[in-house]
Design a protein around this ligand. Sequence first.
Ligand SMILES: *Cc1c(COP(=O)(O)O)cnc(C)c1O
Length: 321
Amino acid sequence: MPALSLADVYRARRRIEGCVTHTPLLASASLSRIAGTDVHLKLESMQPTGSFKLRGATNALADLAERGIMKVVTASTGNHGRAVAYAARTLGMEVAVCMSALVPANKVDAVKALGARVVIAGKSQDEAQVEALRLAGEEGFAFVPPFDNLNVIAGQATIGLEIMEALPHTASIVVPLSGGGLFSGVAFAAKRIRPDVAMTGASMERGAAMHASLAARRPVLVDEVETLADSLGGGIGLDNEHTFALTQELADSIVLLDEASIARGIVHAYREERLVIEGAAAVGIAALLDARVELKSGPVVLVISGANIDIGLHRRLIQEA
Ligand SMILES: *Cc1c(COP(=O)(O)O)cnc(C)c1O
């Protein structure tokens, strides 16, 4: 893996310092009891945009700004889009977020509230993406990918640094896994510091693109279906350059969680830890509750990746539990 170095991760940390939160590592009494070993939660749900994506986006934008590129574009309506909009405002850059005409008004407003220009284009996410790439090709915007980019991965890797510095004897880390930017970054930094740390990726059963790709030994397409872990949906890109190879090399195991299990994870976080977290962030807790992680002796860290759940959905899950 010569493309990424630990020096890149330290540089990312210097760049993003002051723009992102050094999140707490919370000891979980309830999960430690259940797992029979110390369990800690790395609370990326406490980032100002509600997810870790702010780290990668801030590092990628800071790198562009250093090279004099001050206009960025993305097509994400989710946590990546929010992160790019927020980071652009912090760094004084111009930002366009392309969205389809079908994106609900509350998501459009959330991005506008961060000061981004919203470009409505087409009737699907794919058509919005085409417009974003056109702006990149013809109008001098830099397209900021959500995961398959070395600056993004190095930004997410700063989470691995923070974990290993706070808890140097960490034995296992469980990381939500979709496109693999978060997993690759955290696993890269953690294993460079402590090679025997066990890295588990956790995805939902429905539409786990990285898991299917690892099984096929090449990036493959999966059907996108509705899931509580909506931030884990989407493919890894058939032309994946970095995260597929990094995940293949660094993952010790991958677990897939069903919808009922993810719901239990969300409810557990709320009742036992007083945390509101989204489905994608709950897969690690779900995996522990279902005894799906093979634990080594020593502390376990679960990366709690985000908080952005529809509050009505959250209320229903709590009431129905
Ligand atoms: C994007 C995201 C993930 C997955 O990150 P990848 O780098 O795509 O694997 C997990 N949790 C949340 C909350 C996210 O927004």
